[in-house]
Design a protein around this ligand. Structure first.
Ligand SMILES: Nc1ncnc2c1ncn2[C@@H]1O[C@H](COP(=O)(O)OP(=O)(O)OP(=O)(O)O)[C@@H](O)[C@H]1O
Ligand SMILES: [Mg+2]
Length: 270
């Protein structure tokens, strides 16, 4: 990390209304696809209890978010890089705590402070947020410039995604949202091209279905865009990175409106 140079980096948060839709697969590959554009990237595992970024990248982590939480009072911009793990692709990873019981040490303030420090140093901070209906996730989505809502084209995922998008509209996130339909060409009753309209969105990004390749890459910890860059799946992931780089959102909602809506939905006390 170039500690002397401050950036105004972008934050890209991936979230979903249902588990198992491919967030970790997409977050790891997106981070590396962005890095291939000569951008500096940090990848944050925001799924604090059962984060799987380290496994997906076959990373041995000696420091995690737990250490950030323990040292938060003395960490500043120049020290945050000490808590990252270097991946061979060049991206830096802020890993989730190794044990689920340590997740509660990582308060919302800790993770927010860490992300704010990271965005001052990296072109993009990519966050695998996990389940969207969670207060920590919402705090991260507030900071995010782009929110990638990941879904698969099956009925249960789409039903949940529709409800999630309705909530996000009330939270004022609409202008930051990009729908990503992962495994769009898997067998099913719903035509993928009809999904954006079903969810009342103008468009979506599509990532093809290749279970053998995706699961193999997650199991061996080598992302598809690193070693299988000629495959259709890697090309789709590259296009997703292109779309992020092209995106320029204006967050036009006031903080007070967001806070009011969160209070309504999640009973948040300020
Ligand atoms: N484009 C794809 N094509 C085929 N299979 C995929 C694709 N993306 C992900 N998968 C498979 O879906 C499964 C879940 O992927 P992943 O672990 O990334 O999901 P997740 O949303 O992070 O899950 P969790 O909620 O457990 O964190 C894995 O077996 C993975 O191989
Ligand atoms: Mg995951």
């Amino acid at each position: 990390m170039d500690s002397g140079q401050m950036k105004t980096g972008k934050v890209v948060a991936l979230c979903s209304a249902k588990g198992g839709v491919g967030q970790t697969f997409l977050a790891t590959n997106l981070a590396i696809a962005l890095q291939k554009k000569y951008l500096s990237i940090t990848l944050v595992d925001g799924k604090l209890q059962f984060g799987d970024i380290a496994i997906a990248l076959d990373l041995k982590t000696s420091v995690t978010m737990k250490d950030v939480a323990e040292d938060i009072a003395r960490i500043d911009h120049s020290l945050i890089s000490n808590y990252l793990t270097n991946h061979e692709s060049g991206i830096q990873v802020l890993a989730a705590p190794e044990r689920p019981e340590h997740a509660e040490l990582v308060t919302n303030d800790v993770i927010k402070k860490a992300v704010h420090m990271l965005k001052d140093h990296y072109d993009y901070t990519v966050i695998d947020c996990g389940y969207a209906f969670h207060e920590t996730t919402l705090d991260l989505l507030d900071i995010a410039n782009d929110i990638l809502v990941i879904t698969t084209p099956d009925m249960t995922a789409l039903k949940n995604t529709k409800q999630l998008l309705e909530t996000f509209e009330q939270l004022g996130y609409t202008s930051k949202i990009k729908l990503v339909i992962n495994r769009y060409d898997m067998e099913g009753l719903i035509k993928p091209e009809e999904i954006p309209a079903m969810l009342q969105l103008p468009d979506a990004e599509f990532v093809s279905n290749n279970f053998k390749l995706a699961s193999q890459s997650l199991n061996i910890g080598i992302p598809v865009v690193s070693r299988r860059s000629g495959t259709d799946l890697a090309k789709d992931l590259g296009r997703l990175a292109d779309c992020i780089v092209k995106n320029n959102h204006v967050d036009d909602e006031t903080d007070s409106r967001k806070e009011r809506t969160k209070k309504l939905w999640f009973g948040r006390k300020k």
